[in-house]
Every structure is written in C-alpha cells, then in structure tokens.
Design a protein around this ligand. Sequence first.
Ligand code: TRP
Length: 461
Amino acid sequence: MSNRGSFSSKIGFILAAAGSAVGLGNIWRFPYLAGTNGGAGFLIIYLICIFTLCFPVMIGEISIGRKAGSDAYGSYKKIGGGVWGYLGIYGILAGILILSYYNVVAGWAFGYFIEIVFGNLLDHNDFGAFFGSYVNDIGPIFLFSLGFMVMTAVIVSQGIAKGIEAANKIMMPGLYIILIGLIVYSLTLPNAMAGIDFYLVPKLSDINSKTLFYALCQAFFSLSLGMGCLITYGSYVTKDQNIVKSAAIISLADTSVAFLSGLMVFPLVFSLGAEPGQGPKLIFVILTQAFQYMGPVVGKIVGGSFFLLICFAALTSTISLLEVPAAFLVDQRKFPRKAVVWGLSGLIFVLGLPSMYSQGLVPLLNKLPIHNTPDFLSFVADLCDIMLISGGCLMCIFIRNNWKMNNMNEELAIGNAGYTGSILKSYITFTISWVCPILLGILSILVITDKYFGLEWLFGR
Ligand code: TRP
C-alpha cells in the first residue's frame, strides 16, 4: 500500500473527491438539463436522487476502495474474486469514454477563457451564432482540447499527494466566491424573479419519466459515481478517516455548486429574455451576453475569471477521470506511472476526436440515426450515463450478495466510533441492499430498451 501513495491529510482526500465531483457537470450540464427538463421539477427530483441513491452509492464505493486498497479492477477482484473484476473494467471503460468527450467540452471552456481575455469575444452581437461557429472552428478547438489533456496528464503523472492533492487545494475555493458574486449580480437585473420562479417553484406537470432519467443520470455524473472513480480515490484513504462524514461533505459541496449555478443562470436567462431549454450551449450563450452587459473592462475581468475557474473545476475532474485507468495499469501491470499517463492521454484524446468533429463539421457525425441523440458527442454522453447507473446498480448487488452488508458496515465503523447502532447505518444498509439496486436496475433496463431497442416507454417518439 505504501508505495502506491496515499492522501497526505484528511482534508486532502475530501478536497480531491470534491474536486472530482465539482466540474463541468455542475456548471455546464446541470443548468442546461434543468433548463430543458422543467426547472424546479428537475431540481427536486435531482435532490431526491442525491439523498436516496447517490449518497449510499458513494459510501459503498469509497469503502470498497479503502478495504481493498487497489484500483477499480483490483478492488473488485480482491474482495469478490473472479468475474467481479470485470465490473471494474466496465467502470474503467466508462471513465475513458467520459474523459474523451469531457475533454472536448473543457476545450470549449478553455477557448472561451482565451477569447474573452485575449480576443474580442465580448464584441459579438449574436452569442448563439458565435457558439455554433466557434465549436466548429476546428483549429483552435483542437489546440485547446489538446492543451487541456496535456495539463491533466502533467498533474496526474506527478502522483497522488504531489500532483492531485496540491492542485485541488489551490483550485477549489475561488469558485464559490465568483459564483456568489454572479448570483448577486444576476438577482439585481430586471425580470430576474421569473428565473427564480422557473428554478424554485415546481409545477407538477413538468415532472415525467424523462425528468427522472435525466436527473438521476446527472446526479450520478455530478458526484463522479458508478465507474470506480471513488473506489480508486478511496484506496488512497487512510483508516482513521470517517467515510460517511467525508461522503456527506463531498455530496454537500457538489450539490451546493450545482444549485448555485442554477441560481446564477436562470435569473440571467429570464432577464435577457432567452430560452431556458436551448441545450448544451446555454451557459456559453447566456453568460457571455451578461459579461457583455457589464461593459468592456468589467466584462473582461469577470468573464475571464469565470471561465478560468470553470477550467480549474474541469481540470480537477479530468484528473480524477484519468487517474482511474492509470491506477489500473500501474497497479495491475506494474507499468511506470509516467508512461501510462502519457500513453492513455494520447489514446483518449484521439478517442475524443469524433466528438469534437460532431458539432456540424462532419455531417455524418452530426445526424446519427438514434432517437434523441443527434450528434456523436451526445451519443457517447448518453451511453456513459447508462454505464454509470447500471455500474452503480451492479456495485450495490456486489456489496449485497458478495462482499455482504455486515462487512461493509464493519469497514464503515473504522474511523467512525458511533456508526454501529446508528440510524445512519440502518439507512445505508437498507438503501444499498434494496432501494438502490432495484430502482437503478429498473431504470437501466428501461433506458437501454428504450434507447437502443426502440421500446419507447421513457421518451416517446
Ligand atoms: N463529476 C464531474 C463533473 O461533474 C465529472 C466526473 C469526474 C465524473 N469524474 C467522474 C463523472 C467519474 C462520472 C464518473 O463535472
């Protein structure tokens, strides 16, 4: 264990896991999914999913990792033996796929940072059109995504304490400050209250099976669950740490950033008279327009800082995504860390190229014959979401039937004196053995048969 490295402090693990959780998922994906799926209705379902499904799954993942002290594959194999290792491989593949498209979107955000600060992005008058042409301007996007992947690789190749931990300690806090500043600004604008109404006052008619599916997937994605990311990070956690408490802090940090992003975005959307359901381009369009209103100098400063912080948030997430396959190859194959990291980064960057070219540049990649998933990037994103919730379901089945609940609870009691006999213990035991596997299982089957076998129960035609 000692030569694998571990987090050097309790707060180091919490910051790294929270850094993994807080990312483009919170600031880019959460607002646009809430915007297309009913606003407040989405928010409520999202919060219920976090509490009933995600929090227990997070605790399960961390405890598997700390118990086994290995990567995602090694941990399942060590505890469960034989075929269970493949569940780890399934997660590692999901992580590779997520990183392939995530890095493309990170490249967009990085590009916006550069264009706001060093270019004349804020001088445009149609930010929707600008976004459309920007993501198809393949030269800069290629370079910015490549740059992002290189930054990720540099940090991950430094190893656990030096690279990952140090990076997170610097990057996390500034994000809260700028989010709160922008919320205060957006609330002073005319018609901001219509945005608050959309985001915070639920209308039952907005909730349907689609809301449920997207909110659940978003909750898994945002908390970095279902693919062994937290098994891997958990394997670097020392025995004196309280896993349940750490998981609560991580969930709270992540959920608060997502909530605040919505609170920043929707008042802006409504005061600008824009459409909340405009999809992935939402924050790129709305925020740049707001920065333009602030005037050339203030807009540049606030807009530049905002996109820089998004890049930091994305970077702590890409780090965690790359760490999962890297830990696997280092632990299982004993390859040198640096070679593994650079090899994987190159491979994943190339895997992301179809997503990068799918925003209109290559028509074939932009109009896939799959319902609700017109472009290749969305296709990969959807596939990953399904892998995450089904992976989470299988993890619960693993704990319940193979590792057994009392062994997990024993692990959770280490570093947490009051755990045995607590209500929390009963809650976690009940959710992991019944609620999570059943609900996640049913939803996974419904989604897979709907999306890929045309059964049409969730989304309709
Ligand atoms: N949670 C991150 C975000 O919200 C993305 C991410 C990092 C992730 N690691 C993950 C998603 C592991 C799923 C699984 O941006």
